[in-house]
Design a protein around this ligand. Structure first.
Ligand SMILES: *Cc1c(COP(=O)(O)O)cnc(C)c1O
Length: 357
């Protein structure tokens, strides 16, 4: 194979199996969330592999939906956020299913063409949607927009990944107060955390993202999910530094004795967090080795053990397995002081994706 500096390997079969497992666990329709390029896994290939399992796809932006249509994805695609009035035309031109959560955008859609819509009910997330106490008024006003057919109704939970599910109950109660008055719609609320652990949130369909990729949103693990992404790079240089010498910008690491170090070809320019400076670990030769000094834009330095038999060009695993050792997305996120979602979606454009199927 030709030279690749750093790359991710995407296990499409794992994604397919995770989707099947979630569908079996919930027994409901699957709205597969593939926004942000399928959380860094490649939206088109993920959509292709989930075509038979997913009932619908969901994206965050109009552009993401258009890219899927241009790649011949024909399943319904829900755009999760209500868009600007100027985006009504492209949404309908590409046959995407819009979410409505305000009057202006609803009116703009109605002026362009007939379409199915999903109504986002704000039950406490407070970032989008029609506030639940105003939903009935909104629905009756909506009846004057004759070209809009309300196919679905949804809400989004703010705390489903927390152990304390009390606000989840509050949101579901608020949502239920609306559902009592509108029937025959496709109702959905559950993100990954709720799809795994809150059966009362299932309704007609579930809307998981993160879990499709084999990453758990919370500490609860009620079903077995397989991580789909492995991130690799290579050793680019090996050196030895004397006692009291520093490493990388700012010399934030000082060698206490003669130390062998390896430069690895990964940096924040690839989406490898700067926050892993002096705190991350990578796998080389099946062993964990610590990031030493600051992560640079293009490279980082790790400390080797004197006994390590490492050569330039050796494989380095940043996320995934090497031999018996494994570094999970959650571990990287924790060490970087962020969430797994951010680690996955920040993997940069210099990182080539290789699909295994
Ligand atoms: C991102 C998103 C999801 C998926 O959330 P996960 O936690 O990744 O499962 C579901 N619904 C909405 C509205 C979202 O924005």
């Amino acid at each position: 194979m030709h030279y690749l500096r750093t790359y991710t390997e995407i296990d499409l079969q794992a994604i397919q199996q995770n989707a099947e497992a979630i569908k079996k666990h919930t027994g409901k329709k699957l709205i597969a969330v593939i926004k942000a390029d399928a959380y860094g896994h490649g939206a088109v290939r993920v959509a292709e592999v989930l075509d038979a399992t997913a009932d619908m796809f969901a994206v965050a932006t109009v552009e993401e939906g258009i890219a899927l249509r241009q790649a011949d994805i024909h399943k319904p695609i829900l755009v999760l956020f209500s868009s600007l009035p100027t985006q009504a035309a492209p949404i309908l031109e590409y046959g995407l299913t819009p979410t409505i959560g305000d009057w202006e955008f609803s009116k703009a859609l109605n002026e362009v063409a007939s379409t199915k819509v999903h109504v986002n009910i704000n039950t406490g997330m407070n970032r989008s949607g029609v506030y639940y106490t105003e939903a009935m008024t909104f629905f009756s006003k909506l009846k004057t927009l004759h070209r809009l057919e309300v196919e679905g109704l949804f809400t989004h939970l703010a705390t489903a990944d927390e152990a304390d599910k009390s606000f989840v109950s509050v949101q579901l109660k608020r949502f239920a107060s609306i559902l009592a008055n509108v029937d025959g719609k496709m109702v959905h609320a559950a993100n990954s955390a709720a799809a795994l652990s809150v059966p009362e949130s299932y309704f007609d369909g579930v809307r998981p993202g993160l879990s499709l990729y084999g990453v758990y949103p919370a500490t609860e693990k009620p079903i077995l999910l397989k991580p789909a992404l492995t991130w690799k790079t290579h050793v680019g240089w090996i050196g030895s530094i004397s006692e009291a010498e520093g490493v990388s910008y700012g010399l934030t690491y000082k060698a206490r004795h003669q130390t062998r170090v390896a430069m690895v070809q990964i940096g924040y320019g690839d989406g490898y967090p700067c926050a892993l400076s002096n705190s991350g670990e990578v796998l080389i030769g099946g062993a964990r080795r610590p990031i030493t000094g600051r992560v640079c834009m293009d490279v980082s330095v790790v400390r080797l053990d004197p006994s390590d038999n490492v050569s330039v060009g050796d494989e380095v695993v940043l996320i995934g397995k090497q031999g018996d050792a494994e570094i999970t997305v959650d571990e990287v996120a924790h060490r970087a002081g962020t969430i797994s979602y951010e680690i996955l979606t920040q993997i940069g454009t210099r990182v080539k994706r290789i699909f295994n199927c």
